[in-house]
Write a protein that binds this ligand. Structure first.
Ligand SMILES: [Zn+2]
Length: 286
């Protein structure tokens, strides 16, 4: 597993439930230092000891309840599982470190994110799968930030202009964390550039603030098309809109190249196709 997949795996599991446990068996293959760094970042917390462990006596990785037998005459207790997969195996001795496990939960993720966003308040659980992180100074404006497991959270609890971060990899009502969080050599990094791109692509429609959705041509990246659309709106309100869709799209394609260097930017044709209806409504306001 690549490090990015490891983080994605954690977030995906949190999107489906409020907490999860990683066993010693799960973290053994991780590169050295990754576990310690995630614990230091606050995303993982050790304990309690596992009541079931994966048997390493058979080749089936069977999960078995742990039996602890007190040691006689000051000897340490013996820890074992009984494998039921193969008759020739029976008791399998377990080392104490095999009982270690680490908890990850939305509560820990909320505290970790709040720290990364330099929020001074203490995160608060509002409802199932929804946390309020507090007010963060985000590019251009201070905003109330929230953490949700996935779409389908109680949106009535999120005020207008609130920024929702989603543990899920996709969603229509928030910024998917896998697009702005990454593990860099075991260190958890908040990609402020990517977050800024998401936020700059948000635009007020009058009723609510909507995040742009990644277009199919930009997998995993915030959609530049939303930024292009926002720019078209800005130009229209300043009376700068060019007299034909063709000319406007050509102008915007150049604007995108200049303002988003080094990225795969939409072509003039793609802009024409995606924003035809927007251009029409701006050029011929009802
Ligand atoms: Zn077994």
């Amino acid at each position: 597993m690549m490090p990015v997949d490891r983080l994605r795996f954690l977030l995906t599991r949190l999107a489906e439930g409020e907490e999860m446990f990683l066993s010693a068996f799960d973290v053994t293959p991780w590169p050295e230092g990754t576990l310690e760094r995630l614990v230091a970042a606050g995303l993982l917390r050790e304990g309690p000891q596992a009541e079931n462990v994966t048997c390493d006596g058979c080749e089936k990785y069977c999960l078995q309840p742990v039996h602890v037998r007190p040691g006689l005459d000051d000897r340490p207790p013996s820890i074992l599982v009984i494998c039921d997969q193969r008759e020739d195996i029976g008791r399998v001795s377990i080392k104490p470190e095999q009982l270690r496990q680490w908890r990850c939960g939305l509560d820990l993720l909320a505290v970790t994110l709040a720290r990364m966003l330099e929020i001074e308040e203490t995160p608060e659980r509002l409802s199932a799968g929804l946390w309020r992180l507090g007010r963060a100074e985000l590019p251009g404006l201070g905003r109330e930030c929230f953490l949700a497991a996935k779409d389908g959270f109680d949106s009535a609890l999120v005020p207008r202009g609130g920024v929702v971060l989603l543990a899920a990899a996709t969603g229509e009502h928030g910024i998917p964390l896998p697009s702005i969080l990454r593990l860099d050599d075991g260190v958890l990094i908040l990609d402020r550039l990517a977050l800024g791109e998401w936020l700059s692509g948000w635009f007020q429609t009058g009723e609510a603030v909507h995040p742009p959705q990644p277009a199919p041509s930009f997998p995993g990246r915030p959609s530049l098309m939303a930024a292009v659309e926002q720019e078209m709106h800005r130009r229209a309100s300043n009376g700068e809109l060019l007299p034909s869709l063709q000319k406007e799209a050509a102008w915007l394609a150049e604007w995108t190249d200049i303002n988003h260097p080094g990225q795969q930017t939409p072509t003039e044709k793609a802009i024409k196709n995606a924003l035809r209806h927007v251009y029409r409504s701006l050029n011929n306001p009802a």
